[in-house]
Design a protein around this ligand. Structure first.
Ligand code: SF4
Length: 176
């Protein structure tokens, strides 16, 4: 249901705002990673923006500490509708390892309505890209057909076993 609404509401490129709500920077590094040419999230038409006023999507990392709570709310209110919120990492899901700290509210949904969560501590860049693309209905468009995938990536058992044996020979030579 939500996926269908999203497909209709967000027809063009998505602009993403990243909000650090008290993260240890682990998740933030992985979010920045997805923007590098290696992971290249721009192939899905997404780009990072500096202001929530220009954003369609907010990525929240961190457990939402008490000082960041009003700032996260303010940033969310500044985003134009329709808008989506993703909680990135275990801290945003439910506080993570800080869940019972005195200054932690316990996750992104304590500040704003969250549409999707991508767990992990931190989630790998592939998981972030896959989660966002899946939620936005982009995966079906971009994934190669199954026949093509099988042609491109066969698992050759003979080659695999041969490589494993050669590895043991090399290891023995080094050891001797
Ligand atoms: S989920 Fe892990 S990496 Fe991400 S902010 Fe929390 S502690 Fe840091």
């Amino acid at each position: 249901m939500l996926a269908n609404l999203i497909k209709k509401a967000f027809l063009k490129s998505l602009w993403v705002y990243h909000c650090n709500a008290g993260a240890c920077n682990g998740c933030d590094i992985e979010i920045l990673n997805v923007l590098t040419p290696y992971y290249d999230i721009e192939r899905f038409g997404m780009k990072l923006v500096a202001s929530p006023r220009h954003a369609d999507v907010m990525l929240i990392s961190g457990a939402v500490t008490r000082p960041t709570l009003p700032i996260v709310k303010k940033a969310y209110n500044a985003m134009p509708s329709p808008k989506l919120v993703f909680g990135i990492g275990s801290c945003a899901v439910g506080g993570g390892c800080w869940f019972d700290c005195y200054n932690v509210t316990g996750g992104a949904d304590k500040a704003v309505p969250v549409n999707y969560y991508i767990p992990g501590c931190p989630p790998r860049p592939e998981a972030i890209i896959y989660g966002v693309a899946l939620a936005l209905g982009l995966v079906e468009k971009k994934v190669a057909p199954i026949e093509l995938k099988q042609m491109e990536f066969p698992i050759d058992m003979y080659e695999r076993n041969k490589a494993w044996e050669e590895r043991n020979v090399i290891y023995k030579l080094i050891k001797d």
